[in-house]
Design a protein around this ligand. Structure first.
Ligand code: GLN
Length: 448
């Protein structure tokens, strides 16, 4: 009830929520209450949780922030949602997002932008703007976003919450509407690493409905989460991330965070990930190529929106629907991706991007031969003003400069609050080798 009340009182301003079903959430709360009274315990029993609108929860709208899916209702539960429900968590809202998870600011939703609770004249970051703001503004202690190239980490950094991008495969993508399938991961969000770990424990693990899902070693150590002993742990600082592009006030906060890690006994060492400079190009080639393929299913026939069809033949109905249903960023990516994959250009763009992806992945594998973790900024700047980047798609893409590499390399990473610069939150990114998600969360817990 408190959760729903908080949404009612604050969301008129912040616009983090797209839909609620109060009677259903309250019924789930009564059920959780009964289980608690009977002595049952799980890491999330009775906890309200907010779901990004690209995750399926049966019967609720699943718009993905797009007119294209206006009126579409999920016909089944995503695996992460059914596992949360089985453990007694209580979904309370579907949350706003950049259209089809494309964007870095939360301004590309067809239903209007989400605002930053720390300064409503600024963006909360995206694309998981709604889930992040739901936790930052106290609607719920937990939320689920998705992270393709930084979509939980960037907004977590802008809004002072903790968000994890697990190793690719640790969380099932069944019921997560695909943007770029080789990069998409569900990302749990909470105020602390310990809360995120609790949610991860009940959701992690193989799913016969997602052939890329994998088993996460040491899942049992996620709850209750113990802090890592950082004494003698080697933390690498990749020179490519700590260069002159970083705003001085952000650098100051992050250097204090590094001092704190050193005070906990960690050895900070310089490392290099030399192919970092190709990351943005590589990410946007792989991402748009997969987008152009995945979004071809939205044709006005199978889901959601359909253009008024008087007198149109099938091909015209499809193109009219897509013209009216998709926003400008979705169209831009469909066009770019279709071009990248077309005969004659495939070798020059898509294939080269896959090769660069391999080199970027190898950089991480090499770095992790000599260090246990990496520490980097999440973003070179704090939350920027609304409208600052919407006129220039390239500058929006560059907001992801520190987050897309780990997505390409499929390694786990998280954004953890590190302090404030000019009254705005700054996040620190910690990165671990593939499948070391538990060690990553334990390190973040020690830092917090
Ligand atoms: N901002 C990046 C993009 O637009 C990342 C989005 C995401 O992680 N979903 O692709």
């Amino acid at each position: 009830r408190q959760s729903l009340e908080r949404i009612r009182s604050r969301d008129g301003q912040l616009h983090a929520v797209l839909a609620t079903d109060a009677s259903r959430s309250l019924a789930l709360a009564r059920e959780a209450d009964r289980r608690l009274r009977e002595g049952e315990r799980t890491p999330v029993l009775g906890l309200p949780v907010v779901l990004k609108d690209n995750l399926a929860w049966t019967g609720l709208p699943a718009t993905c922030g797009s007119r294209m899916l206006e009126g579409h209702q999920a016909a089944y539960d995503a695996t992460v949602v059914s596992r949360l429900l089985a453990a007694g968590a209580i979904p309370v809202a579907k949350a706003n997002m950049d259209e089809f998870a494309m964007g870095s600011s939360g301004e590309y939703s067809a239903f209007g932008p989400t605002l930053n609770p720390w300064d409503p004249a600024r963006v909360p970051g995206g694309s998981s703007s709604g889930p992040i703001v739901a936790v930052a503004a106290g609607y719920a202690p937990l939320a689920l976003g998705s992270d393709t190239g930084g979509s939980v980490r960037l907004p977590a950094s802008f809004c002072n919450v903790t968000a994890l991008r697990p190793t690719y495969g640790v969380l099932s993508r069944y019921g997560l509407t695909a943007m770029a399938s080789s990069l998409d991961q569900v990302g749990p969000v909470g105020t602390t690493a310990a809360d995120v770990a609790a949610a991860l424990q009940v959701m992690a693990g193989p799913d016969p409905r997602d052939s890329t899902s994998v088993d996460l070693p040491r899942t049992g150590a996620l709850f209750p989460l113990q802090p890592a002993d950082l004494k003698g742990k080697r933390i690498g600082l990749p020179v490519e991330y700590w260069g002159p592009g970083l705003a001085p006030e952000v650098r100051e906060v992050l250097e204090a965070a590094l001092d704190q890690l050193a005070a906990l006994g960690a050895d900070l060492v310089e490392v290099s990930l030399p192919h970092t400079r190709y990351a943005i190009d590589t990410y946007y080639l792989v991402c748009t190529s997969e987008v152009s393929s995945n979004l071809s299913r939205f044709d006005g026939v199978r889901y959601g929106y359909r253009a008024p069809d008087q007198g149109l033949d099938l091909a015209d109905l499809i193109s009219e629907t897509r013209d009216r249903g998709f926003g400008p960023e979705a169209k831009r990516r469909i066009l770019l991706g279709t071009f990248c994959l077309s005969r004659g250009w495939y070798e020059a763009f898509y294939l080269r991007a896959l090769q660069a992806r391999t080199l970027i992945t190898r950089n991480f594998q090499e770095a992790f031969r000599s260090v246990d973790l990496l520490a980097t900024p999440v973003s070179p700047v704090t939350a920027f003003p609304l409208g600052a980047k919407t006129g220039d798609p390239l500058s929006m893409y560059l907001a992801d400069v520190f987050t897309v590499t780990t997505s390409l390399a499929a390694v786990p990473c998280l954004s953890v609050p590190a302090g404030f610069a000019g009254g705005l939150p700054v996040g620190l990114q910690l990165i671990a080798p593939a499948l070391a998600d538990v060690a990553l969360l334990k390190a973040a817990h020690a830092f917090q």
